[in-house]
Each structure stands twice: as structure tokens, then as C-alpha cells.
Design a binder for this molecule. Structure first.
Ligand code: MG
Length: 453
């Protein structure tokens, strides 16, 4: 990669505000760059955003111009497109989505031929082509063909249903409230629940890119209707997806929102208990995951932050589970990517076999974490991290991604953001108060280092 130029891909593809930093001109050039890098046959999908057609047509135009054949699968979750790419042995995929961002955003995300999210090396290659404009241009008689395929959603649903114990789920006659957040899961998750034989009630299940129900980040503030509905309707489980449905968060039968690290800990523990083995999570993950996995006889491996890194490490070590504490869980029984539909099905299987979600969460170790950040000036991060590194020499630490310090009553991770001029500070303590103390202490230390000349 050429130093000094603006990085195109963030942690989740290329994102921006529609018709400002994310324009059809940019999408066209991305299509040309992706087509030049991937060749062959490429599938494309979108979530439900209002700008989807505009951006998709531009990307498709670029792909066809390079000679790629394109399969348009319509509106489906990101993991459904990932499954389609792998199963059909295509050369790659593109998803037009800004995941959980507000409706004025959209983005372009590249999928590798094995169905995983493109790695930073693959993205770097696309960036090189993008900036050098070294686009492949097909001759008039070698321009790509566009096809449409409406099978991707049902293939995905059938595949998930074949990976879980449907008979056990059906037997329990569970009732679920599902919030589709007006996103891509409107076309898959209700049909998946039907196939799994649960009774369900949907919220925000009309696909609508203005997100009239609530913003698509599945936080407790945005999920008040779901939380209230679960208790009012006497349901066994509430579940919500983000806009592109690679993530699922849960509400227990009493109407409690379950933080993502706890649902990850529970699912990881149960997967390890079933088959033994290893879990893979980023270094920023609360230790409740490692402790839950250890209680089932498994071990946990830590990676750099970012789901493509986690997925690739899982493949390398044959892990049985992995993911992030935001509800993005990777279950290789289905595929090596965050998969909202599979996460929903896995949770139903766990509840069907082991009892209510609240009772299972209550058995997990406690978790006390605090996240905060320090805003920096542009370009300040590198120097500051160097100073911080000098200041912690001799302390027990892990430098997989940023600097994680192991302290008497917990740990602190100090990590520069990959996309913005800020340093993120994650702290865990043996009590809530201790976690907060550690976070405050390291905010102060970073600020003192900033002032030092
Ligand atoms: Mg997402």
C-alpha cells in the first residue's frame, strides 16, 4: 500500500454518507477495482437502504466493464450472500450495506471466494487498483453478463435449519419476538423461525431503508419495543438484528436486554461443551467469554480486533466458535463469518435443550467492563502509542492489537482506532467500580502523555 494516501476501506468495507462521501461515481470505480482484482463470477446483494439501487447499479456497471459476470441476489443479509458465494464456488461477492449505521449512510463490502469478509491484504489490493486506476477493461465482446437469482435467501434458511437440532426446538413450542429492524433480515429470519417450528411475532418486519422502527444499531435504547413486547406477550426470547443481519442481540423471557459479551459467552460455552475445542475472540473481549469457555473444558485464543481476522484464525486453528461482543457470532457449523440467522437458531437450540435464557445467563461468571475513548488531533496516535509503550515497559502485557495490560484486579486495553483520530480504552475489573477506576486512570495517563513534550 502506498503510504500517505487516504485509506479507502475501514473496519467494515468502504462507508460514507450517500451522495457525499459515498457517491455513484465512487461505487462505479469500486466496481471496476473489485472486478479487476477478483475476475470471474461475482454475486451482489444489498440491505434495505434507500440508496441501494443507485449504488448497486454503479458497482454492477463497473464489474461488468471488467468482464466479470454478476449474479444479483436482491435484498438479503450479508451472511446469506457469503453463504451463496461459498456454496456456488464464485470468485467473490459484494454487499451494498452500511450495517448498523444511520439511514443516510451506505457502503460497499467485498467478500472473498471462500465466503469470508475480504482480508486487509485483499482490500489493500483493491485499493491499489482503485488509486492507480489500473482497471481491466473488457473488449466489447467480453463484457460481463448480469443474471438474477432469487434462491439465495431460501438456500440460506435451509442451510441453517440443517445445522441445528430442529426436532428439539420444535418440541419446546417456544414463542419468540423478532425485531428485523426494517433491514435485510425481513426476507429471511421470519421464514427461518417458521421452519424451526417456533411461534413468533415480528416487529419492524417491513423492509424499509428509512428505518422507521428504530435506528439499526441494536442497542437497548433502540430496542424498547422489543423489550416491552417480550414480557407483554409472555415470550421465551426476544431477538433483534442489525441492518444487514450479521449480528443478533437477545432479550431474555423477563424482558432483560442481554449484553453481547454474555450471549457470546453462553453460545461459546455450549458449543465447546458439545464438541470440545477452541474459541477465538479479539483482545478487546471481556474475560467472561474465556472463563465460560474454560468451564466447559475449552481454551480461548485472542486475535487483533476485526471479524475477518477472527474468522481466519478460526479456520487456522479449527475453532468451534468465535465472534465479537456486539452480537456478531461466527459458528463454523454454518460458515466462517458473523451470521445473524445462525446465531438466532443456535440460541433457540440452546434454550430448547437447557432451559430459560435468564437462568442460563445467571450461571455465567460476572462481567464488569467499561469502554471509553480519548479524542486526538489528526496524526497524533502513532507518537502517543509509542510514548505509552515506553511508559509500560516491565508491565505484564499483550501487544496483539494496541497494548493490553494485565493488572491486579483486571485489565486495560489501550488501542488506537483504525479509522478515526482517537484512542479507545477498554477496562475490565472484578467489580463495576474497579473497571471504572481503571478506565479513568488510563484516560488520565493518556492525557498526561499527550501534554508531555
Ligand atoms: Mg452488520
Amino acid at each position: 500500500m502506498v503510504e500517505g494516501r487516504k485509506k479507502l476501506f475501514g473496519t467494515n468495507g468502504v462507508r460514507g454518507v450517500v451522495n457525499e462521501s459515498m457517491s455513484p461515481e465512487l461505487a462505479l470505480r469500486l466496481g471496476l477495482a473489485i472486478g479487476t482484482a477478483m475476475h470471474g463470477e461475482i454475486a451482489i446483494a444489498t440491505d434495505t437502504r434507500t440508496s441501494n439501487t443507485m449504488l448497486k447499479e454503479a458497482v454492477v456497471s463497473g464489474l461488468l466493464s471488467t468482464g466479470c459476470n454478476v449474479i444479483d441476489t436482491g435484498i438479503i443479509p450479508t451472511p446469506a450472500l457469503q453463504y451463496f458465494v461459498r456454496e456456488r464456488r464464485l470468485n467473490g461477492g459484494v454487499v451494498i450495506t452500511a450495517s448498523h449505521n444511520p439511514p443516510e449512510f451506505n457502503g460497499v463490502k467485498a467478500i472473498a471466494s471462500d465466503g469470508t469478509e475480504a482480508s486487509s491484504q485483499e482490500e489493500g489490493m483493491i485499493e491499489d487498483i482503485f488509486y492507480s486506476e489500473n482497471f481491466k477493461r473488457a473488449r466489447w465482446n467480453e463484457i460481463g453478463q448480469l443474471h438474477f437469482n432469487e434462491q439465495a435467501a431460501s438456500d440460506y434458511i435451509d442451510a441453517i435449519a440443517s445445522k441445528v437440532d430442529v426436532a428439539s426446538i420444535k418440541k419446546r413450542k417456544l414463542r419468540v419476538v423478532l425485531d428485523c429492524s426494517n433491514g435485510a433480515s425481513c426476507f429471511t429470519s421470519p421464514y427461518l423461525l417458521e421452519k424451526l417450528g417456533v411461534e413468533f411475532i415480528t416487529l419492524n418486519a417491513q423492509p424499509q431503508g428509512s428505518f422507521p422502527g428504530h435506528e439499526s444499531e441494536p442497542t437497548p435504547e433502540h430496542l424498547q419495543s422489543l423489550i416491552k413486547s417480550v414480557s407483554a406477550l409472555d415470550a421465551d426470547l426476544g431477538a433483534a438484528h442489525d441492518g444487514d443481519a450479521d449480528r443478533t442481540v437477545f432479550v431474555d423471557e423477563k424482558g432483560n436486554y442481554i449484553p453481547g459479551e454474555l450471549s457470546l459467552a453462553l453460545i461459546a460455552m455450549e458449543e465447546v461443551r458439545k464438541s470440545g475445542g477452541t474459541a477465538v475472540v479479539p483482545v478487546s473481549t471481556p474475560s467472561v467469554v474465556e472463563r465460560a469457555v474454560a468451564s466447559a473444558g475449552g481454551k480461548t485464543i485472542y486475535t487483533r480486533v476485526g471479524s475477518p481476522v477472527v474468522a481466519r484464525k478460526m479456520m487456522e486453528v479449527h475453532a468451534v466458535i468465535g465472534g465479537e461482543e456486539n452480537g456478531g457470532i461466527i459458528n463454523p457449523r454454518m460458515q466462517y463469518c458473523r451470521d445473524g440467522g445462525m446465531t438466532l437458531a443456535t440460541m433457540l437450540e440452546i434454550i430448547a435443550k437447557n432451559g430459560s435464557l435468564s437462568s442460563l445467563i445467571a450461571k455465567l461468571p460476572e462481567s464488569h467492563t467499561v469502554k471509553t475513548k480519548v479524542q486526538l488531533a489528526e496524526g497524533e496516535g502513532h507518537m502517543l502509542m509509542e510514548r505509552f509503550r515506553q511508559s509500560v515497559q516491565g508491565m505484564k502485557r499483550d501487544e496483539t492489537d494496541g497494548i493490553k495490560l494485565f493488572l491486579d484486579r483486571g485489565w486495560v486495553l489501550v488501542r488506537p482506532s483504525g479509522t478515526e483520530p482517537l484512542i479507545r480504552i477498554f477496562a475490565e475489573g472484578d467489580t463495576e467500580e474497579q473497571a471504572r477506576k481503571y478506565a479513568e486512570e488510563y484516560v488520565r495517563i493518556i492525557n498526561e502523555l499527550r501534554e508531555k513534550r
